[in-house]
Design a protein around this ligand. Structure first.
Ligand code: ISE
Length: 343
């Protein structure tokens, strides 16, 4: 009989509930047997929906449950490191939503534990690598059909952020996606990084910088600029264009119907296209492919997706971005020597 991976989920917020739904309804070879959340009622509600066990707010108790073979961590970012380390205490498989942690030091501790175990058990939720648009961009770049990559121009625009959001989270929570996907697209590593403060939007009246611009230079000489808007006032808009020697590749906008009608200066421009507002919808297929691949690889005995090393490198670059803010200087992106386990 085919293996059915028994999963416990820590965190029943927006993405945690979404992953629970997709594991129960879309992902073959796995099921969720237990959930937990620091708000016990959130866990109880999700458990009741699927008739599975709720550990309430006892997240560590759920991780320890012998029936739980793999842990999906979808709790708030500051808790990721601790729940990953708790999962690794039992040498269980771990899917941790990005970021792996909010700083590189925490990630080094996670890698040290994996090295002690001698196995990659942690996959980080950089789901854009599983998006068809990004995957096709990478295929074309890797083919050499349009020459070597030179520049990346990217935008990461959110409609709004939740309470407690801080300027540095624009990097650790938001731009962390670009910090991963750009090095993946280019097959390159970062030399240095700078976070530039630009004219602030009136939408950033909640105590954090908005927008921010991240500049990155790579070891092969590529230059990357990322516009980070965490409260753009209109929609969830992700743009990415890679400029190569003999052409460009650009991320397609999500499928949307263009409506045309008689223009009416008073109320109707004649052509409209809806803009998404929910980030979980924009990459819904990528999340499905990501978890399908993760479960299949775990059931086969070895993860194939972004590892703790990838989570670490993104955090090192993120630390450099946050350290550079206000200095007008590029900060070096310096990692430890890449352990054999991650090569
Ligand atoms: C969220 O956690 C995500 O991962 C989304 O992809 C990102 O756009 C959003 O800013 C994050 O808060």
């Amino acid at each position: 009989m085919d293996k059915i991976l028994k999963i416990g989920i820590v965190g029943c917020g927006a993405i945690g509930k979404d992953h629970c739904r997709r594991i129960m309804e879309t992902v073959p070879g796995a099921t969720v047997v237990a959930v937990s959340d620091y708000v016990a009622a959130a866990a109880d509600e999700t458990a009741a929906k699927y008739g599975i066990r709720s550990y309430g707010s006892d997240c560590k108790g759920m991780i320890a449950d012998p029936e739980v073979e793999a842990v999906v961590i979808t709790s708030i970012d500051p808790t990721h490191h601790d729940y990953v380390m708790e999962t690794l205490k039992y040498e269980k498989w771990c899917f941790c939503e990005k970021p792996l942690s909010q700083n590189a030091k925490d990630c080094e501790e996670i890698m040290a534990r994996e090295l002690e175990i001698g196995k990659k058990l942690v996959q980080v939720g950089f789901m854009r690598r599983y998006d068809r648009g990004y995957a096709e961009m990478k295929r074309i770049i890797d083919s050499g059909e349009i020459g070597a990559p030179l520049l990346i121009k990217a935008c990461h625009r959110n409609v709004s952020q939740g309470p407690g959001f801080k300027t540095e989270n624009g990097i650790t929570n938001v731009a962390i996606h670009e910090l991963d996907i750009c090095r993946w697209l280019l097959g390159d590593e970062y030399e240095d990084a700078q976070c530039v403060r630009v004219r602030q939007s009136s939408n950033s009246n909640k105590g954090y910088d908005n927008p921010q611009v991240v500049l990155l230079r790579t070891k092969k000489g590529c230059f990357i600029d990322v516009e980070v808007q965490v409260a753009d006032g209109y929609g969830y808009d992700i743009q990415c264009e890679v400029v190569c020697e003999n052409g460009t590749v650009k991320l397609p906008d999500p499928y949307a119907v263009v409506r045309r009608s008689r223009p009416d200066p008073a109320k109707d421009p004649g052509e409209t296209m809806p803009i998404m507002t929910d980030w979980k919808e924009r990459f819904i297929e990528a999340y499905d492919i990501e978890l399908i691949n993760w479960v299949a690889s775990v059931n086969a005995g070895a993860i194939t997706g972004p590892s703790a090393w990838d989570g670490y490198v993104a955090c090192v670059a993120g630390d450099a971005c946050n350290a550079s803010r206000g200095t007008s200087q590029f900060m070096k992106v310096e990692t430890i020597e890449k352990p054999e386990l991650y090569k």
